[in-house]
Design a protein around this ligand. Structure first.
Ligand SMILES: NC(=O)c1ccc[n+]([C@@H]2O[C@H](COP(=O)([O-])OP(=O)(O)OC[C@H]3O[C@@H](n4cnc5c(N)ncnc54)[C@H](O)[C@@H]3O)[C@@H](O)[C@H]2O)c1
Ligand SMILES: [Zn+2]
Ligand SMILES: [Zn+2]
Length: 394
């Protein structure tokens, strides 16, 4: 089959690889019909390189049709239409039963001290072959895939794999009071969807901050009050306070993560790790940390005293100091984590089956074939061609 593979830093190749096979009797193999490109893939493209091997299959936002199921699978059969969550979660362990699927104890990668395995996401997360491919092996076929109805197009459902539950969890964790204010940092696919979910769940004022003109315009187009970071610079915090009664927003969602613009000296370290042998580089990255905390620091400054910060953006390293003095003094509530995809399905399903209140149809800016992946990764990273969300159709 054809698959999108990582071959080195900023080197993506579409390769022909062996088709995935059923391994356990509880597995399914699905034929992928639509599969997303995510901001999280950009971390693999660039900074997380030391944790990948050449040939690793990328992607964690797939949906498709069941091609084959193992002998013990009861709930799923060939021909069923399914979306696959990005966490590989068993659905039955202590953590899964508590809705913490990103901590699944059956698939935790203990060797690296990591939570649940993820599709297409480095050795830290189990080096599981990903979903930017024609076929995908899916374990826990009775409990992991999300069955969706026939009829509406794939783009109605595909975001159940990541974008929707991630945005939903980020907004739930942000704990915006009814009618209250929330600022979303970053208006990529995740931040954009956070603004929609926040408005849908009753936030009174939704603010969006980014520095890419098309992304700001897109959010403004659905009622978000936008601030261009590159325009306001040092005045941004004052401007946002001005829009929120002088105090700052009740909640701030960081939907940027470690690709933040305006990073610090660690950027040099990051570049250096790209030049080191993998073993050295991965040790250095895990211990010394490569976080670029620009967005998180901004979130801490922006949020009103006693407010909540919800971190959806993914951060890497471990050693960057946080402004703990200010965090404590402001009595900030900080919540974070990979989305527990499976947990939010019951909340989200009505929003993609009874009409389309969040506007998932038309959310993607680019529909491409797998062969276009190398160019799509490059354009998405550079935010060229007004690209916000790419869906590949294998
Ligand atoms: N928690 C989860 O489960 C989960 C799931 C999916 C994605 N993510 C993470 O969410 C983040 C966003 O994903 P995405 O797909 O939207 O990616 P993206 O890279 O397209 O979006 C990031 C946006 O942030 C903007 N930005 C950069 N620096 C900024 C700053 N200092 N202030 C404000 N905006 C800034 C960029 O211009 C860009 O539009 C990534 O870190 C990704 O890894 C987390
Ligand atoms: Zn994703
Ligand atoms: Zn589990």
């Amino acid at each position: 089959m054809k698959a999108v593979t990582w071959q080195g830093r900023r080197k993506i190749e579409v390769a022909t690889v062996p088709d995935p096979q059923l391994v356990d009797p509880t597995d399914a193999v699905i034929e992928v019909t639509t599969t997303g490109l995510c901001g999280s893939d950009l971390h693999l493209y660039e900074v997380l390189g030391p944790f990948l091997d050449a040939g690793d299959i990328l992607g964690h936002e797939p949906m498709g049709v069941v091609a084959e199921v193992g002998s013990e699978v009861r709930e799923l059969k060939a021909g069923d239409r399914v979306v696959v969550p990005f966490n590989v979660s068993c659905g039955t362990c202590f953590m899964c039963e508590r809705g913490l699927h990103s901590q699944c104890e059956t698939t935790q990668v203990r060797e690296h001290g990591s939570g649940a395995s993820l599709f297409g996401y480095t050795k830290l997360y189990g080096q599981v072959p990903g979903g930017q491919a024609e076929y995908l092996r899916v374990p826990f076929a009775d409990t992991l895939p999300i069955r969706v109805p026939e009829g509406p197009p794939d783009e109605r459902f595909v975001y159940l794999s990541d974008v929707l539950p991630t945005a939903w969890q980020a907004v739930v964790y942000a704990d915006v009071p009814p009618g209250g204010s929330v600022a979303v940092l970053g208006l990529g696919p995740i931040g954009d969807m956070c603004t929609r979910v926040a408005a849908h769940r009753g936030a009174g004022r939704v603010i969006g901050i980014d520095l890419v003109p098309e992304r700001l315009a897109r959010a403004a187009g659905h009622g978000v009050q936008v601030f261009d970071l590159s325009e306001y610079g040092d005045q941004l915090v004052d401007a946002v306070r001005g829009a929120t009664g002088g105090r700052g927003p009740d909640a701030v969602i960081d939907a940027v993560g470690m690709e933040a613009h305006g990073g610090s000296a660690v950027k040099a370290l990051q570049t250096a790790t790209g030049l080191l042998p993998d073993a050295m580089a991965s040790a250095l990255m895990k211990k010394a940390g490569v976080d670029r905390l620009g967005a998180l620091e901004l979130a801490i400054e922006l949020v009103r005293r006693g407010g909540t910060i919800s971190l959806a953006g993914v951060y890497g390293g471990a050693a960057d100091p946080l402004p703990l003095l200010t965090m404590f003094d402001k009595q900030i509530q900080l919540r974070m984590g990979q989305a527990n995809v499976r947990r939010w399905v019951d909340d989200l399903m009505p929003l993609v089956t009874d009409g389309d209140p969040l506007g998932v149809e038309g959310f993607a800016t680019h529909h491409l074939s797998l062969d276009d992946a190398p160019r799509a990764y490059a354009d998405f990273q550079k935010k060229r061609d007004s690209m916000v969300k790419v869906l590949f159709h294998p």
